[in-house]
Design a protein around this ligand. Sequence first.
Ligand SMILES: [Ca+2]
Ligand SMILES: [Ca+2]
Ligand SMILES: [Ca+2]
Length: 170
Amino acid sequence: MSISEFRKKKLLYVFNVFFDVNQSGEIDRKDFEMAVEKICELRGWPVGNSRNTETHESMFKIWEGLRAKADKDNDGQVSVEEWCKMWDEYMNFMFDLEDASNDGGIDAEEFSIVCSSYGLDQQECRDAFGKMAQGSEEVDREQFSKLWREYFSSDDPASPGNFIFGKTSF
Ligand SMILES: [Ca+2]
Ligand SMILES: [Ca+2]
Ligand SMILES: [Ca+2]
């Protein structure tokens, strides 16, 4: 599945601004070290301060998680290519998870079973499905990918993509 230029731009924005802190073109541990320094300086948490230690710990957990998921060639860095692939894989993963019957479409039943397993109310999940499917019985992979993109990019509260995670209001 190809990534649209628009979506790629959005993903790259997050990559560049929030992750590739030293602007080397790749994400690695050094970026997280810099981010920790920035945050602790901003908040005034000196080395040895418990908030400083906590920030270190949680940022490195995020880095390890990102690395395990995205660093496919295992060189200790996450490239732009690896970054975009990770988001695509996550979308496909969610689609496959929800399409329990494996017929290429997610229906209201399949959708609400998965979403409610994360603790959401079943009825709300069904309502969310109705909103995202816009009257259709099923959502196929192509539509799901469009909705997914909308979720991460749209500012419009009425966009059908807002409902792909089973919530109807924010
Ligand atoms: Ca970097
Ligand atoms: Ca890599
Ligand atoms: Ca299905």
